[in-house]
Design a protein around this ligand. Structure first.
Ligand SMILES: Cc1cc2nc3c(=O)[nH]c(=O)nc-3n(C[C@H](O)[C@H](O)[C@H](O)COP(=O)(O)OP(=O)(O)OC[C@H]3O[C@@H](n4cnc5c(N)ncnc54)[C@H](O)[C@@H]3O)c2cc1C
Length: 464
């Protein structure tokens, strides 16, 4: 078949990126900085997706993510290359302390082998059982829930007062459904490779030392004006060069017989017609029905992927209204404790300048897979219930001096048991439709670091 000639108005570019959250911005910037011709679009007025920060009344509010754990030298160096080095704020070292609620009291989670021996979180029998972990057989299962894995290797107490709460802190998920294999692949690989978590971690450390490999020490960071500074910095040159279309959507997306993608971007000021070899879709799976071309494929399973609702509540208080020293990252509320909220971050301890002098800022998470209805409550009810959780734990008195409530109807994709089938379906779609790349926080981890690392790890497509 003869190659269809492009309509005269179609502009040839290398890549179109759909969605300007951190994933899309990273994919677009990496390509742009390599000299490729990109265009990126988003339906929202502002870039950043889930990353939303602003200042009000002297408080720095993060509506979504509040910190980023940089886990690799590559991502750290890239942030520097993006000109963000001097804007990075590292977390207060006090953030290494994390509290858990047990029997209605805040208890610090163990952070060293000695504190693990002494902690009142686990019974002597549970601690002794952990010594047997290196001698337990490895599983023959290909995929396993967090509950099953942790109960099997560490025992149920570590699940209830530890892992289960951490899981709700990261995924707002349910450990009975979350896949350890896909949500925590490094832990899974320790068992698969070395047959033990404890033994595996020790052997890995020994191997690295012998090979002279100095592992990157993870750094918990934000930016002086919050995490939106990161997405704004990634977006800036794209906006400046007219390559980022905001408040825009795709009118047409089709693959022509010559292998090029024909694209019509509907912008508030008119339309842009583009022709490219590569289309990188980085929007949430539940929004795939909004994309022409994807809409016509049978993707019902993908669009029904679980993304639980979540509310975040930022509350400010005079420092004197809280007895607790707030000397840590925050507190997680295990499911056994039957609290209304999932946990609270001591935001103004974590990073400086998040609250005016003499005030503190707390960010509480509500809802998730296990309590979706809690997330949907109206603000006054939500505040009342959160205060009922926090007041006895923190010795908190009086009303908040500051309040901001954000509701996320579909917050974080779940990496449940069977997630491998989702990934296989995405791979098949890409094979069937060359040039189509389906990326985002449902692949490789939901954290901001994971989204950046995923984009940086991609082989660069060749220019058309
Ligand atoms: C409440 C909350 C707290 C979190 N806390 C943390 C944390 O502390 N640390 C951390 O590392 N991670 C955290 N995360 C996870 C992290 O923020 C996200 O996984 C990450 O920001 C997702 O980025 P993304 O670009 O893949 O997707 P998104 O941020 O969802 O971006 C997708 C973009 O696609 C756009 N879009 C949708 N439909 C269309 C369409 N039809 N056409 C064009 N564009 C479209 C959207 O407008 C959006 O801008 C949190 C997430 C939430 C929700």
């Amino acid at each position: 078949m003869p190659a269809a000639s492009p309509p005269s108005s179609a502009k040839d570019i290398d890549s179109l990126v759909v969605g300007a959250g951190i994933s899309g911005l990273a994919h677009a910037r990496i390509r742009h900085d390599k000299g490729q011709r990109v265009h990126i679009l988003d339906t929202q007025e502002e870039p950043g997706g889930s990353v939303r920060s602003f200042r009000r009344e002297g408080f720095l509010v993060e509506e979504g993510p509040n910190s980023m754990l940089v886990k690799s030298q590559e991502v750290w160096d890239w942030l520097g290359k993006m000109g963000l080095g001097s804007r990075i704020v590292e977390a207060n070292p006090a953030a290494n302390r994390r509290y858990l609620v047990k029997d209605g009291r805040l208890v610090a989670m163990p952070s060293s082998p000695w504190s693990a021996v002494k902690t009142p979180l686990y019974s002597p029998a549970a601690k002794l059982r952990l010594l047997a972990e290196p001698f337990l057989p490895r599983t023959k299962l290909a995929d396993e829930s967090v509950t099953s894995f942790v109960s099997r290797r560490m025992g149920p107490e570590f699940l209830e007062y530890g892992i289960s709460a951490l899981v709700s802190g990261i995924f707002a998920g349910d450990p009975d459904r979350l896949s350890l294999t896909h949500a925590f692949p490094k832990v899974w690989n320790l068992e698969q490779t070395y047959g033990s978590l404890i033994g595996g971690a020790l052997r890995l450390r020994r191997h690295r030392r012998k090979a002279g490999i100095k592992p990157f020490k993870s750094r918990l960071i934000s930016f002086r004006d919050g995490l939106a500074e990161l997405t704004a910095a990634l977006a800036q040159p794209l906006l400046q060069d007219g390559l980022l279309s905001l408040s825009s959507r795709l009118g047409t997306l089709r693959r022509d017989p010559d292998g090029h993608w024909h694209v019509r971007v509907l912008r508030p000021d008119g339309e842009r017609v583009l022709r490219c070899r590569e289309v990188v879709v980085t929007i949430p799976l539940h929004q795939y029905g909004e994309i022409p071309f994807l809409r016509d494929l049978d993707l019902a399973e993908l669009t029904r992927h679980p993304y639980p609702p979540l509310s975040t509540l930022v509350l400010g208080f005079p420092r004197t209204a809280i007895q607790h020293p707030l000397d840590g990252f925050g507190a997680l509320f295990p499911r056994r404790e039957q609290r209304f909220s999932l946990g609270t971050i001591f935001s103004s301890t974590l990073f400086p300048l998040r609250a005016p002098q003499d005030q503190v800022s707390l960010m509480t998470f509500i809802g998730g897979v296990r309590q979706p209805d809690n997330a949907r409550m109206e603000t006054p009810q939500l505040v009342e219930r959160v205060l009922a959780d926090l007041s006895p734990l923190l010795g908190l008195r009086g009303d908040p001096s500051f309040l901001h409530h954000s509701f996320w109807p579909q917050a974080i994709p779940q990496y449940n048991v069977g997630h491998g089938e989702v990934l296989a379906q995405l791979d098949q779609l890409e094979t069937r439709h060359p040039g189509l790349r389906l990326r985002g926080n449902f692949r490789g981890g939901p954290g901001l670091h994971d989204c950046l690392a995923g984009a940086l790890a991609e082989p660069s497509p060749t220019a058309a």
